[in-house]
Design a protein around this ligand. Structure first.
Ligand code: CP
Length: 315
């Protein structure tokens, strides 16, 4: 694996999930990351991604450097040919080249602005680092995807699956703020590659991008979608159609136990952080059906297998 910026960088999905699960059981004695450095750049806040990726790198023997670029770094210019006479002090061309001398892998978190769909879909920040860095780049959640989260989600579903072909439902849920579609996008792309029956449920106006949905079934009746579900993955996202908007939804889409009554005793997932009793009710999060903590734990092993494969590829 040369980079990990989207799940299309995984060529043997079953193999990588198997390896992540074996890393969870037992860490290898030889540490492929010894003498190597991971540099992590955060343009936005994080708890799980930052700490699980740092832990993963250290389990491989790597040194880790973290920078909150959004608050601590020079404001970066990403436009080629820009006349930099305003607030941007450094161009990504120099920043990425310099970081490539300090780090063996660069990992970047940069959320979308949710104002300009075309600009967000160009993945300017992530792709600029990919273009100007001379070392591999890892996506810690970008404008349109969160592939490390999706790999952890796939591991978690495999660990908990009891049936041959589970029904997996991705459910939109309310949130007071406009959130990216990144987690939902990568989850859908991941599930489309696994042996599952995937259904997406969301209110009218919240359909994900056509190139993400492809032929995945979209059901606008949430409780109908939950019938016989083995896994319910709850997540908010802002509208794609009315790009970045929070629309007025009349029905209550918060996921609670009553809504899950016709599921197949569904396990409930969420990438976290989750707003209790807005996105998911206490009676679900505090029940045995919630696997959100196990899911967050798997972030470490998803990151570990990705970093390990990149290091093995660049040896
Ligand atoms: N799920 C996730 O990416 O969590 P953080 O935003 O805390 O990193």
């Amino acid at each position: 694996m040369k980079n990990y910026t989207s799940i299309s960088d995984i060529d043997d999905l079953e193999g990588i999930i198997r390896e992540a699960r074996s890393l969870k059981v037992k860490n290898p004695e030889s540490r492929v990351g010894t003498g190597k450095t991971l540099g992590m750049l955060f343009f936005n806040p994080s708890l799980r991604t930052r700490l699980s990726t740092e832990k993963a790198a250290k389990l491989l023997g790597m040194e880790v450097m973290v920078m909150n670029v959004g608050t601590d770094g020079w404001a970066l210019e990403f436009e080629d040919g820009a006349v930099m006479n305003s607030d941007k002090a450094e161009h990504v061309r120099e920043a990425a080249a310099v970081l490539s001398q300090y780090c063996d892998i660069i990992a970047v978190r940069a959320f979308p602005g949710l104002k300009d769909r075309e600009k967000d879909e160009s993945e300017q920040v992530l792709n600029s680092f990919k273009k100007y860095a001379s070392v591999p780049v890892v996506n810690l959640e970008s404008a349109t995807g969160h592939p490390l989260q999706a790999l952890a989600d796939a591991i978690t579903i495999q660990e908990n699956n009891m049936v041959k072909r589970p029904k997996v439902v991705l459910s939109w849920a309310p949130h007071p703020k406009a959130l990216p579609q990144s987690v939902a996008n990568s989850f859908v792309e991941m599930m489309q590659r696994l042996e599952v029956d995937l259904v997406i449920t969301n209110p009218e106006g919240y359909d994900l991008a056509p190139n993400i949905r492809k032929d995945t079934k979209v059901e606008h009746d949430q409780e109908k979608a939950f019938e016989d579900a083995d896994f319910v993955y709850v997540k908010n996202w802002s509208s794609y159609e009315n790009y970045g908007q929070v629309l007025n939804v009349q029905k209550n889409w918060t996921v609670d136990q009553a809504k899950l009554k016709n599921s197949n005793n569904a396990k409930v997932m969420h990438c976290l952080p989750v707003r209790r009793n807005v996105v998911i009710a206490d009676d679900v999060l505090d029940s045995e059906n919630s696997i959100v903590i196990q899911q967050a734990n798997n972030r470490t092993f998803a990151a570990q297998v990705v970093l390990k494969r990149i290091l093995e590829c660049t040896k």
